[in-house]
Write a protein that binds this ligand. Structure first.
Ligand code: COA
Length: 332
């Protein structure tokens, strides 16, 4: 039987705070608009540290919390859509820093659904191989992706990292993963390859299917309304599908941890699904949307508050660029 137990969590949130009032000093916006439309008051920016630094801090905290020796980690999975390097994979930097000397390592890129996809992958490694302990870290430094002249998108995102150590369990888990490559243009960030010095390289005409002429930049491009609509539907579908697979009712779940994109997205989906609000964890007021880091950061906060107890049934649900979505139900 496929099952996981989370035996340690950790998180790292950078010190620099960008609150809504700060945004009103650089953009035509204000706290009232941002909070009422998104539920976000502040987010944190990694002003002077790379993404892998945040990932390593969260990972080391998770390993310390788990109590295992780093040499007992068999695999390091890193979820990120904002790596510092094309290569090496961020997971290799984490593997080295935590001292996971016996671990393999690779990255998973599926934006805000990254942690869900990584946890699902981990559960399959734990089931089908002799791997015992897997370290998952999800870390994002989105500030360099955001266009701080664009008041629609930049206000949503923050930087941070969350990590979890997972081990095999004889209690069941279920997952539902989905990808919808069209409309991929709703949310993307193009790799900047303008610095090539290869004389043979011409302007990449194939890229025109992604970008319009005004958006030929390496900043994140987002159709807010399209993503909003997708997100509400994706969250509902993923929760319904995973509960169907688990043969569980909505009331059987003790705790829901949704991706923290926008409080209105969560509220709409929660209302449509008929979930009890007090079972749904929301922390985006302080962090904004940290993409793949949202769910493991929430897990770390909940564990630190002793709100995830042995035997609880937890449902995590993510959605984001791709467009991708997914949900996991597991018994702690
Ligand atoms: N401050 C003040 N006004 C703003 C603003 C801001 N930060 N951002 C947009 N506006 C303005 C718009 O320019 C528009 O003005 P207009 O009516 O004069 O044209 C007005 O507010 C309404 O804009 P609209 O785009 O309809 O707002 P919205 O209610 O759809 O909210 C988002 C915009 C981006 C907050 C919302 O669409 C959203 O959250 N989408 C999902 C994005 C997301 O979660 N992405 C990540 C997914 S993982």
């Amino acid at each position: 039987m496929r099952g996981i137990k989370i035996i340690g969590t950790g998180m790292y949130i950078p010190e620099t705070v960008a609150d809504n009032d700060w945004f009103s000093t650089i953009l035509d916006t204000n706290d009232e608009w941002i909070y009422s439309r998104t539920g976000i008051r502040r987010r944190h920016i990694s002003a002077d540290k790379p993404n892998y630094y945040m990932a390593c801090q969260a990972a080391k905290a998770a390993v310390a919390d788990s109590g295992i020796d780093p040499a007992e980690i068999d695999l390091v999975l890193a979820a990120t859509c904002s790596p510092d390097f094309f290569y090496p994979a961020m997971s290799c930097l984490v593997q080295n820093d935590v001292g996971a000397v016996n671990a393999a390592a690779f990255d998973i890129s599926s934006a805000c659904t990254g942690f869900i996809n990584a946890l699902d992958t981990a559960s399959r490694f734990l089931l089908d191989s002799d791997y015992r302990n897997i370290l998952i870290v999800a870390s994002e430094r989105l500030a360099p992706h955001c266009d701080y002249t664009d008041r629609t998108a930049s206000i949503l995102f923050g930087d941070g990292a969350g990590a979890a150590v997972v081990t095999r369990s004889d209690k069941p888990m279920w997952s539902y993963l989905s990808a919808k490559g069209d409309p991929f243009r709703a949310l993307y960030c193009k790799v900047d390859q303008s610095r090539t010095n290869c004389p043979l390289i011409k302007e990449d005409s194939e890229m025109s299917k992604f970008i319009d002429n005004e958006a030929k930049t390496h900043f994140m491009q987002m159709n807010g309304k399209a993503v909003y609509k997708f997100a509400v539907e994706a969250m509902e579908t993923a929760v319904n599908k995973v509960l169907e697979r688990a043969k569980l009712s909505k009331d059987d779940i003790d705790l829901y941890i949704p991706h923290q994109a926008n409080a209105r997205i969560i509220e709409s989906a929660v209302k449509n699904l008929g979930l009890p609000e007090d079972k749904v964890y929301v922390n985006l007021e302080d962090h904004g949307n940290t993409s793949s880091a949202c769910i493991p950061t929430a897990l770390a906060e909940l564990r630190a508050q002793h709100r995830i107890a042995e035997g609880m049934t937890v449902c995590m649900v993510g959605f984001g660029a791709g467009l991708t979505s997914g949900a996991i139900v597991y018994n702690q």
